[in-house]
Design a protein. Structure first.
Length: 189
């Protein structure tokens, strides 16, 4: 990537100062990091954000910009767990760890690594969650939830900790949502 392309990607003018260019790059990286921290993990959306971060990394290299924040390492993550309760609890813990760690940087390379990790973690979580229930009935008369329509973690944890989590509406709805997301994953590959 040359300087002209990098400036075009940032929407910057050739005469802008290095500080202004850094602010533009940091603003773009901040927007993506904010999405990673605040929004439900929808693998296809996260992958597109990771792709954008890769482009921003190329822009930073072409313009010799050093992003804000120190390099951040990926935290140690919990295993998937064997019971439904462990699967959900460990996933929530892993999300908290990853999101907390990524809050310390705006480096596109580091954020891309976190985004890729969040995506892989989510796919693994959805597979484990769905495996706990088996297949979803083809036409059970219930609409499939929207991908971003993630339940509150507290409500989901309360439901999976109940005596019979399979009959809890929040668990059933989450199962349908995950099955739909996994079908998209298979179709995208």
């Amino acid at each position: 990537m040359d300087r002209t392309q990098a400036l075009a990607i940032l929407g910057a003018e050739p005469a802008e100062s290095q500080e202004d260019l850094m602010e533009r790059l940091d603003a773009e990286a901040f927007s993506i990091r904010d999405h990673f921290i605040r929004q439900p993990v929808v693998p296809a959306l996260y992958r597109s954000r990771v792709d954008r971060l890769v482009v921003l990394s190329d822009v930073a290299n072409a313009l010799n910009i050093h992003p804000l924040g120190a390099p951040v390492s990926l935290p140690l993550l919990e295993g998937a767990g064997t019971t439904l309760q462990q699967v959900v609890e460990h996933h929530v813990e892993n999300l908290v760890r990853l999101r907390s760690a990524m809050a310390g940087t705006l480096d596109p390379d580091v954020l891309a690594r976190f985004g890729t990790t969040l995506t892989a973690l989510q796919v693994r979580y959805m597979e484990a969650f769905c495996a706990a229930f088996g297949p979803v009935p083809e036409d059970d008369g219930v609409d499939t939830p929207v991908a971003r329509d993630e339940p509150e973690w507290e409500a989901l944890l309360t439901a999976v900790r109940s005596a019979v989590p399979e009959v809890q509406p929040v668990v059933q709805r989450e199962r349908r949502r995950m099955a739909a997301l996994l079908q998209r994953e298979v179709a995208a590959q």
